[in-house]
Design a binder for this molecule. Structure first.
Ligand SMILES: *Cc1c(COP(=O)(O)O)cnc(C)c1O
Length: 349
């Protein structure tokens, strides 16, 4: 049923990727005179005078051990935002093809679609922030290439029903992208385990959230070898710089520290919810599987401005469809959360 050749843009099928010096020869050598680098060194005491590994093999090996996914099924992007863009450029013909989004959701899908001149069919989530499967089925046409599902979803915080995502995977002949940026905070299982089951599945994860490496810009896509091969062909050759690769390798050895932070975050999230519930201006707090909560208030803008004046920045999502009156609040350290609550005690409507 799924055939990648029915989905790929013709120019991408024909594409001969850029062949870098590092592609044409890799391995040990006495002297490298093949890439017009500075042979004397770099002003930093690191081998930054050399181009980085275009396929980030060492980082992927370590990720493979952590995630249980073979290296050929892993793509690394300059943030998952690059993986999103590469998917558009690989599969969507500008001005012809379309994708399905399920708002309210992560804003980059829409921006990436706009940049690539790809039509977006918006099928909003239901009132309880789940998929409208009938609406999605009706919207799919022969030019629908990608469906983006963010689970746990940003900005709502909840997980999307697993069986609904499986229904899409089983019935849609295009690609279902499951963005799991917040999976480390979720009670739900990752879809990575389903990669052998569904040829049309792409799972996105990132080092930007639980891993605490937003500044390094490293995102991951997990998919079939044939999809990953295409993504590697389309990406810029040296998309992850050497410093980021080195630092990621080091960071990925600190998994215990990260798991500790995840546990603390979940404890803090529960405390934050209990404390926020006490305020009269808080109308509702949505269940969260993430490191943030969506809080419905009776005056989002005023609360937002009040907090800004006190030096505390949250995200005003009150203008977003289905998020009327809502603020999105990231779970901070215990001290930060306490400061937020203490500050809000001075807010008078
Ligand atoms: C934060 C976030 C990302 C992360 O993007 P990076 O480019 O990897 O930093 C991806 N998807 C969602 C839904 C996010 O909220």
């Amino acid at each position: 049923m799924f055939d990648i050749n029915n989905l790929l843009r013709e120019n991408i099928k024909r594409l001969v990727p850029y062949s870098s010096a590092r592609d044409e020869y890799h391995g040990e050598a006495r002297v490298f005179l093949d890439a017009n680098e500075n042979s004397f060194g770099s002003p930093l005491n690191q081998p930054y005078n050399r181009y980085p590994d275009p396929l980030q093999t060492e980082v992927k090996k370590r990720l493979s051990g952590i995630k249980g996914v073979p290296v050929p099924n892993i793509f690394l992007g300059n943030g998952s935002d690059e993986a999103i863009d590469v998917l558009f450029r690989s599969f969507c013909n500008p001005g012809i093809d379309n994708v399905i989004l399920v708002p309210p959701t992560y804003g980059m899908y829409q921006v990436s679609a706009n940049i690539n001149d790809v039509e977006v069919k918006n099928i909003p989530l239901t009132e309880d922030y789940q998929l409208n499967l009938d609406g999605i089925a009706e919207a799919i046409d022969k030019n629908t290439k990608l469906i983006f599902i963010c689970s746990p979803n940003n900005p709502t915080g909840n997980s999307i029903d697993r069986t609904d995502i499986e229904t899409l995977l089983a019935n849609f002949e295009g690609i279902v992208v499951v963005d799991e940026a917040y999976i480390n905070f979720s009670r739900q299982k990752t879809f990575i385990q389903e990669l052998t089951e569904y040829a049309n599945l792409v799972v996105l994860q990132t080092l930007s959230k639980a891993w605490g490496l937003a500044g390094l810009r490293i995102g991951m896509a997990f998919a079939s070898e044939e999809i990953i091969e295409v993504m590697n062909k389309v990406k810029p050759p040296y998309n992850i710089n050497e410093a980021s690769q080195q630092l990621a390798l080091e960071a990925l050895q600190n998994i215990e520290r990260v798991n500790d932070w995840i546990k603390q975050t979940l404890v803090e999230r529960d405390i934050l919810v209990l404390n926020l519930k006490e305020f009269e201006f808080v109308l509702d707090i949505y269940p969260s599987d993430s490191n943030f909560i969506l809080v419905k208030t009776n005056n989002a803008r005023a609360i937002y401005n009040f907090l800004v004046a006190k030096g505390i920045i949250v995200r005003d999502r009150s203008k977003v469809e289905l998020c009327e009156g809502c603020l999105r609040i990231t779970v901070g350290t215990p001290t930060e959360n306490l400061l937020l609550i203490k500050t809000l005690q001075d807010f008078n409507e």
